[in-house]
Design a protein around this ligand. Structure first.
Ligand code: NAD
Length: 244
């Protein structure tokens, strides 16, 4: 069987790090993107040459990033693009940043990283995704569809936008043979959570626990596998029932 290649953004820790492990176990080759150099960003075996340092907030750099990715694909095919990188700026003491406390710079930074870079990356790598008849997975959030006690407005708007973008892309890329889906995590145990989230979990989450990064990574793997071959334009909740 031919080796499958994926591009994963935000791979250095949290959900991204777990995703690397799950895909490696399935024999995939993973190209990773992070703001940091390999030595600081990624510690998994044999990945140094597969790591690309790039800031996704710099939209002018996306085409250059895509060119580096292309050069690393021996057969010109990209079987999966996982848009996982995300930022969630907080106020003092981890407080929620509402409209009254969010400045223009923060708005642009969050929208560039969480939303616009994903569209530009998919556009730039469309020929390689089509060649592989591959999959795109966007990591949205439960916060895109309901107000959350900690997440800020820019983050919420970016994730709602990413859910809409997923539907638009599923419609546009479907005829080209590329499936586009999203996963919407709830409270997953990573650095992005605000202090105090674990205490809220009993009220927020019917399953009364945080999710693990591996549980999320396995759902991403499902959406990039033949097991989901007729799923397109879906946003899968992975939140222990929090959305109900
Ligand atoms: P994390 O903070 O642990 O990891 C975020 C990753 O994104 C890191 O690798 C970071 O380096 C990368 N990143 C951030 N800004 C970047 C930039 N400008 N350029 C390149 N890379 C950048 O967070 P996580 O919890 O693993 O989050 C992963 C995704 O899951 C995010 O999109 C987040 O919004 C989403 N999410 C997380 C939760 C949760 O509870 N942890 C819930 C809902 C959604």
């Amino acid at each position: 069987m031919d080796t499958k290649y994926m591009l994963l953004t935000g791979a250095s820790r949290g959900i991204g790090h777990a995703t690397v492990k799950v895909f490696q176990e399935q024999g995939w080759r993973i190209l990773t993107v992070s703001r940091h150099p390999f030595s600081e960003a990624c510690r998994w075996p044999a990945a140094r040459e597969s790591h690309i340092q790039a800031d996704l907030g710099d939209l002018d750099g996306i085409e250059q990033l895509a060119q580096i990715v292309r050069e690393k694909l021996p057969n010109g095919q990209l079987a999966a693009l996982v848009n996982n990188a995300g930022i969630s700026p907080k106020g003092e003491g981890g407080s929620r940043l509402g409209v009254l406390h969010t400045d223009a710079t923060t708005w642009m930074q969050v929208l560039n990283v969480n939303l616009i870079s994903t569209a530009l990356l998919a556009k730039a790598l469309a020929p390689e995704l089509i060649a592989a008849q591959g999959s795109i997975v966007n990591v949205t959030s439960i916060v895109g569809s309901r107000v959350h006690p900690f997440a800020g407005v820019a983050y919420a708007a970016s994730k709602a936008g990413l859910a809409a973008l997923t539907r638009e892309m599923a419609h546009e890329f479907g005829p080209l043979g590329v499936r586009v889906n999203a996963i919407a995590p709830g409270e997953i145990s990573t650095d992005i959570l605000s202090p105090g989230t674990d205490k809220l979990v009993k009220d927020l989450v019917p399953m009364q626990r945080l999710g693990t990064t591996t549980e999320v990574a396995k759902t991403i793997q499902f959406l990039c596998s033949d097991a989901s071959s007729y799923i397109n334009g879906a946003e899968i909740h992975i939140n222990g029932g929090q959305h109900v």
